[in-house]
Design a binder for this molecule. Structure first.
Ligand SMILES: O=P(O)(O)OP(=O)(O)OP(=O)(O)OC[C@H]1O[C@@H](n2cnc3c(O)ncnc32)[C@H](O)[C@@H]1O
Ligand SMILES: [Mg+2]
Length: 309
């Protein structure tokens, strides 16, 4: 069964569930409505929805689209399952929104290549980017692409290397993530060597065992086990300067591994807010607080401007 959403539905939708920022909205009768709403500049909506909207904050078309889908998801409590590029027919399981009721910019299905072979990272990126209508692929989908030697001494240098190399080889826009765990008492180690802490082809278990061993002799009390995760994200595309952002997550190193979710050092990384290890969090919980989530939030703020370059 398909239900059509029309203008007044969308108007109600926008009046529903939006939060935190104020916008002055005049309806077609000139009445001023003060509505809590995301800090978004609705230059796409006034004529179609019979609204004159004066925004107090500027945002980009992609943020408007993100908001739009977020609102639709909130209202319909469903995730849209597909976006048909020609007229932006967004199917929401049993709800169809036709663009002629909204004359929104057409949004095309987008594929984003992540320059990683780490499936744990990829799983987190897939969850984050699917909400923006992106399909995420990684280097395991393209075995013919080479391994990029991480010869950099910093997260940024390595992320730039991975993004630039793969973008030049494919001619595509590519996102790379170089991340790691930095333990205070180890002077910030393992840092950029986090993947190879226990040796070139170390497994996560071997890296975790080495971390416990390194701390066993020196750091007994919790305040001596402070640590943070760091991520630097770099987006590279042909003819563009790379976009660089980062994020960090503070906590401490546990004495025994706990939890089955996540990957890498998650079983030993205790989140400073909740006291739970990253591996004791669900994917969506971790994707709200992690270094990668924070880096992505920073990316989404800068990405629309960067795309216009
Ligand atoms: O280089 P790519 O192909 O992206 O994959 P990688 O696993 O080598 O990734 P890095 O070079 O960025 O090394 C980061 C290491 O730090 C650890 N790590 C990174 N993010 C993590 C997270 O969110 N939770 C747990 N451990 C993480 C994990 O062991 C990674 O292997
Ligand atoms: Mg790596």
């Amino acid at each position: 069964m398909t239900t059509k959403l029309y203008k007044h539905d969308i108007l109600d939708i926008f009046a529903y569930t939006l939060s935190t920022r104020q916008l002055r909205i005049e309806n077609i009768f000139g009445e001023q409505l003060e509505l809590p709403i995301y800090s978004v500049f609705f230059k796409y909506f006034p004529s179609e929805l019979g609204l004159k909207i004066v925004a107090v904050d500027e945002a980009s078309p992609s943020e408007i689209m993100t908001l739009f889908f977020q609102v639709l998801r909130d209202v319909t409590a469903k995730n849209y399952v597909e976006i048909i590029t020609d007229t932006l027919v967004v199917k929401l399981d049993d709800v169809e929104v036709h663009s002629e009721t909204l004359s929104l910019p057409v949004i095309s299905d987008k594929t984003l290549l992540i320059a990683t072979r780490n499936e744990g990272k990829t799983r987190e990126f897939k969850a984050m980017f699917s909400q923006l209508g992106y399909t995420v692929k990684n280097l395991n989908d393209f075995p013919e692409l080479p391994e990029v030697a991480e010869t950099g001494m910093t997260f940024e240098a390595n992320a730039r290397l991975k993004a630039k190399t793969i973008s030049e080889l494919t001619g595509e826009m590519v996102l790379a993530d170089d991340s790691g765990l930095m333990v205070d008492i180890l002077g910030g180690l393992p840092g950029v060597w986090s993947a190879r802490f226990a040796g070139d082809h170390a497994t996560d278990d071997e890296n975790n065992a080495k971390l416990l061993h390194e701390l066993a002799s020196t750091a007994v009390s919790p305040d001596k086990r402070k640590a943070k995760f760091h991520t630097t994200l770099v987006v590279a595309a042909p003819e563009k300067e790379p976009l660089v952002v980062e994020g960090e997550w503070f906590g401490e190193i546990g004495t025994i591994p706990k939890g089955d979710d996540g990957f890498g050092y998650d079983p030993l990384f205790i989140d400073e807010e909740t006291g739970r290890t990253a591996a004791q969090m669900s994917l969506s919980q971790k994707n709200k607080v992690s270094h990668r989530a924070r880096a992505l939030q920073n990316l989404l703020k800068k990405w629309p401007e960067w795309l216009k370059q």
